[in-house]
Design a protein around this ligand. Structure first.
Ligand SMILES: C[S@@+](CC[C@H](N)C(=O)[O-])C[C@H]1O[C@@H](n2cnc3c(N)ncnc32)[C@H](O)[C@@H]1O
Length: 274
């Protein structure tokens, strides 16, 4: 007897999986808010999310206060469109009109992208700039786009693991109903510090989405980035280092530190003041 064909549920969209695996827009918006307030004694209102992708943080930012506005910049129109449908359209009308998404390069941001209180470049996206002159050009442009007392926040990863060709797996949402996120450092070049990384997703029924995202990056270090920020005109940079969870991992709490203790891998924020 012929077996009835088993109809498989469609897999979630890769942006849904990406956001569940590597983004916590609520935390990122709260962190930026806290840092700005700590430095300036008043809340920020105008935020720009560079390399915004689906603009999850920009949309979260305008939910926080009625006075908040956000601009998102990304080169990839289909990703911006996905964000417009899945995040922007779900905001209440009064919040939606305070978000502007622009299909532009962060290197030439253009009209409507200046006088910002906060500019964010997260998930290491500025690593797409592989040489110092281009990184400096980007940081100079960010500096020009900030209002007086404006703050630029970037994240960075490092440690010996970042220089290895390796795969890191994490199960998200439980073994049976969730999925596995795989961070694949497929190539690392110790002369140029260039790296080719992929994100794959695997599902409990055996299906997978291979190379859902690919990043062709240069690995930058904290001292290098601080150096370029200083050359771009930033008056002060501070590293926010993650605390320990006492089990060999990070606890998700980032505080200003002058020195970073050794470990196999870290993620940190660099906060640059105009
Ligand atoms: C790693 S994803 C970041 C997505 C999201 N912002 C996050 O934090 O997870 C990098 C994004 O940068 C965009 N991108 C790459 N080069 C860019 C450029 N020069 N200007 C604007 N966006 C760029 C890509 O289209 C992609 O959406």
């Amino acid at each position: 007897m012929a077996q009835p064909s088993r109809k498989l549920k469609p897999l979630p969209h890769k942006h849904v999986l990406y956001e569940r695996a590597v983004q916590t827009p609520h935390h990122e918006a709260a962190f930026a808010d806290r840092v700005y307030r700590r430095l300036n004694g008043r809340p920020a209102s105008r935020l720009r999310e560079d390399f915004c992708g689906t603009a999850a943080i920009a949309c979260q930012w305008v939910r926080r206060r009625r006075s908040n506005t956000a601009v998102g910049l990304d080169l990839h129109r289909p990703t911006l469109d996905w964000g417009a449908t899945h995040h922007l359209a779900k905001l209440p009308a009064n919040a939606r009109q305070r978000v502007t998404l622009l299909n532009r390069s962060v290197l030439s941001p253009g009209p409507g992208t200046g006088s910002m209180d906060l500019i964010l470049a997260l998930n290491f996206s500025y690593w797409v700039f592989k040489d110092r002159p281009t990184l400096l050009r980007y940081f100079r442009s960010v500096h020009r786009s900030l209002a007086r007392r404006g703050v630029f926040i970037l994240d960075i990863y490092g440690g010996p693991d970042s220089l290895e060709e390796l795969r890191e797996r994490r199960t998200i949402g439980g073994r049976k109903r969730g999925f596995t996120y795989i961070w694949d450092q497929a190539r690392v070049d110790h002369i140029t510090n260039e790296t080719l990384c992929h994100i794959h997703f695997r599902f409990p029924d055996g299906r997978s989405i291979r190379k859902a995202f690919t990043y062709d990056w240069r690995i930058w270090t904290i001292p290098e980035v601080r150096d370029v920020l200083a050359d771009a005109g930033f008056s002060r940079t501070t590293v926010y280092w993650e605390g320990d969870d006492d089990r060999g991992g990070g606890n998700g709490v980032f505080r200003p530190q002058k020195h970073g203790e050794p470990g196999k891998a870290f993620i940190a924020y660099i906060v640059a003041q105009r």
